[in-house]
Design a protein around this ligand. Structure first.
Ligand code: ADP
Ligand code: MG
Length: 309
C-alpha cells in the first residue's frame, strides 16, 4: 500500500457539508464562508510519549486529536466546519489505520465537521489537525476582553484527567469515568457558541487552570482572585485532595478541555440558564480586578502547570 492508496482507503470520506466545494484529492480544499463571517482556524499536535502513551488505542488518539482542536474553536465562540489531518506514521499498520480512521470518521460525524485534506509522511507517530470554523465578524471571544469586576467561570470539573494520568503513571487502575475524562474530553462547542453574546473573554483549559487563566489576565492586562474551595471537582479528585491537601490537580493539572470565561455581573442569570439548558455545569470561581496578579484565595501550596519547554 502506498501513500495515495492509504489516503484513498482511510481518509477520503463523503463530505456532508454543502459549504465545502472541494475536499480530499486536489492541491487544496475549498469551502465557502457565509457573508459577514470570518474564518477561525487553529492547530494542535499530538505527539507519542507527550500527549498519549505508546500503547494508547488508535481510536482514543483519533478522538482526542479532533476534540482538542474543537475545544479551541469552542473557546473562540465559533462553529467548527472542516479540518485537515497531517499524519506522520512510523509504518503502515492497517489495523491501526482502520481503528484510527473509523474513530475519526465517527467523531467527525458526531461533531459535524468534515475532513478536507492533509498530509501523510513517514516518521515518529505524530498527529496534527488544523481545524477551520466560522463566526460572525467581530463576535469571537478573545483572551483580551476581560474587564474589572467580571465574574470568572469554568465549565465541568477540573483535575480528573490529571488524576487519571497520575494513576496510570503510578500503576494504579483508573476508573472508567477518569479514563473518559483523559481520553474522551468533550469540546464545549454549543456552550462556546452561545457565550459569544455573553462572555467578555474565554480560553479552553488545556494546560491547567492557573496557567490558562493567567493567559486571559495577561492579554487583558488584568488580575483576579479565585477561591480554591469553589473549584469544581468530582468525587475522585475530592477524595484525593482530602487525603493530600494538594490542590494541584484542579489548579494546574492539564487535559481538562473545559472553558474558562469571564462575563459581566449582569449576565449571571443568562449564563446559569444556559448551563441548565445545555446540561453543562458552570461554576463561578472568582472575580477579575485590575491588580495584574492572580491570587488563589485559601491556598498557599505549589502550582506547576504544564509547559513543553
Ligand atoms: P500534495 O503533494 O499536493 O501536497 P498529497 O499527495 O500530499 O498532495 O495529498 C494528496 C491529497 O490527499 C491532497 O488533497 C491532500 O490534502 C490529501 N491528503 C493527504 N494526506 C491526507 C490525510 N492524512 N488525510 C486526509 N487527506 C489527506
Ligand atoms: Mg502533501
Amino acid at each position: 500500500m502506498n501513500e495515495f492508496d492509504l489516503i484513498q482507503s482511510y481518509f477520503n470520506w463523503q463530505i456532508t457539508d454543502q459549504a465545502i466545494d472541494l475536499g480530499v484529492g486536489d492541491d487544496a480544499a475549498l469551502f465557502n464562508l457565509e457573508p459577514g463571517h470570518q474564518l477561525v482556524t487553529s492547530t494542535d499536535t499530538l505527539v507519542e510519549g507527550v500527549h498519549f502513551f505508546k500503547d494508547s488505542s488508535p481510536a482514543d488518539i483519533a478522538y482526542k486529536a479532533l476534540a482538542v482542536n474543537l475545544s479551541d474553536i469552542a473557546a473562540m465562540g465559533a462553529v467548527a466546519k472542516c479540518y485537515t489531518l497531517s499524519l506522520t506514521l512510523p509504518k503502515i499498520n492497517q489495523n491501526w489505520l482502520k481503528e484510527f480512521s473509523s474513530s475519526l470518521k465517527g467523531s467527525s460525524r458526531l461533531f459535524n465537521v468534515n475532513l478536507v485534506g492533509g498530509d501523510t509522511t513517514r516518521g515518529p507517530l505524530n498527529i496534527t489537525i488544523s481545524m477551520m470554523g466560522s463566526i460572525e465578524i467581530d463576535s469571537p471571544i478573545l483572551r483580551s476582553g476581560a474587564r474589572v469586576e467580571d465574574d470568572i467561570y469554568v465549565t465541568g470539573d477540573l483535575g480528573t484527567a490529571a488524576l487519571c494520568l497520575k494513576k496510570i503513571e503510578e500503576g494504579v487502575k483508573p476508573s472508567q469515568n477518569e479514563l473518559n475524562k483523559l481520553n474522551r474530553p468533550i469540546p464545549r462547542l454549543e456552550l462556546g457558541s452561545a457565550l459569544k453574546k455573553l462572555a467578555n473573554s474565554c480560553i479552553d483549559v488545556s494546560d491547567g487552570l492557573e496557567q490558562d487563566l493567567s493567559h486571559i489576565l495577561k492579554s487583558s492586562d488584568m488580575g483576579a482572585v479565585i477561591e480554591i474551595q469553589k473549584l469544581p471537582i468530582d468525587d475522585s479528585v475530592g477524595k484525593y485532595i482530602n487525603k493530600t491537601h494538594d490542590w494541584s490537580l484542579p489548579l494546574s493539572g492539564g487535559d481538562d478541555y473545559e472553558l474558562c470565561f469571564t462575563a459581566d455581573i449582569s449576565s449571571r442569570d443568562k449564563i446559569m440558564k444556559l448551563s441548565q439548558e445545555l446540561k453543562i455545569k458552570v461554576t463561578k470561581i472568582g472575580v477579575i480586578n485590575s491588580s495584574k496578579k492572580l491570587v488563589i484565595d485559601g491556598y498557599d501550596g505549589q502550582t506547576s502547570s504544564y509547559q513543553h519547554f
